[in-house]
Design a protein around this ligand. Structure first.
Ligand code: ADP
Length: 250
């Protein structure tokens, strides 16, 4: 499952909502195999950054995948090109099984327009890529269940597994640990590290659980009011005075 080396680079990414400047000239790079954290107070522009990179909102500036500009592509094509996201709201199909959710993702590899793939998918043998995802996420026991029958923590895992089933080069996770307990968060951390280090996926991790971020990220960027105010290793971020003032507290 190891992916070829690549990079995802943002240059001067900016997003406006009417008069509100939600994101202002952000430069950021994620390389294959890295986990890069994105933290900042509520409303600082983290989700907007993912929306801008994936094409869900209109942004100015450039987005390059493997040194090729993708910022003029539709969200659908960026997903096909290998930039996949998860949503805070999960966006799982609740009335089909976990297996169908995964297989539709793997078959279409187009992010989120899964529905049309569901019926043909059912008749085929499970693609190897999905088998690997099932194994990695330990979902064999719940494949025949519908997401609505699962615990909250399991549903969050399935949502990430589904993103991984699209075979992304880059995975943008929007608060994957929200609502998870300590044990589940630790398991999720291990999974994210495996996806980066074993599968060579580049991960951009938005997360409020600051100890998770500082614990697993190779580098961390900090946003405040749509600006990047700091960037560095977890150790550097922990002692950055601007970060402490803006976000970490005393
Ligand atoms: P974060 O993810 O860091 O909490 P967001 O990216 O959600 O922050 O929001 C950044 C800013 O953009 C906030 O001021 C928010 O109110 C604004 N914003 C986000 N989405 C929209 C939208 N669709 N329309 C208008 N303003 C928005």
């Amino acid at each position: 499952e190891r992916r070829p080396d690549s990079s995802l680079r943002l240059n001067g990414l900016s997003v406006r909502f009417g008069g509100v400047r939600a994101l202002n000239g952000i430069d950021l790079e994620v390389r294959s195999g890295e986990v890069v954290g994105l933290i900042g107070p509520n409303g600082s522009g983290k989700t907007t950054l993912i929306d801008g990179v994936t094409g869900y909102v209109k942004a100015s500036g450039t987005v390059e995948l493997a040194a090729v500009r993708v910022d003029q592509l539709t969200a659908h094509r960026r997903a096909r090109a290998g930039i996949t996201r998860s949503f805070q709201s999960l966006e799982l199909f609740d009335d089909i099984t976990v297996e169908e959710n995964l297989r539709a993702a793997a078959d279409k590899q187009d992010g989120w327009a899964y529905a049309t793939a569901l019926f043909p998918a059912r008749a085929q043998a499970m693609p190897a890529a999905v088998g690997t995802v099932v194994e990695t996420f330990q979902l064999a026991g719940v494949l025949d269940k519908q997401p609505k029958e699962l615990s909250y923590g399991q549903r969050r895992l399935v949502a990430i597994a589904r993103a991984v089933a699209t075979a992304p080069a880059f995975l943008l996770l929007d608060e994957p640990a929200a609502g998870l307990g300590a044990t589940e968060t630790a398991e999720l951390s291990d999974l994210v590290i495996r996806l980066a280090k074993e599968w060579n996926i580049g991960v951009l991790l938005i997360e409020h659980d600051i100890s998770m971020v500082l614990g697993i990220c190779d580098r961390v960027s900090v946003l405040e009011f749509g600006e990047k105010i700091a960037e560095g290793t977890a150790a550097e971020i922990r002692k950055d005075p601007r970060v402490i003032a803006a976000y970490l507290g005393t």
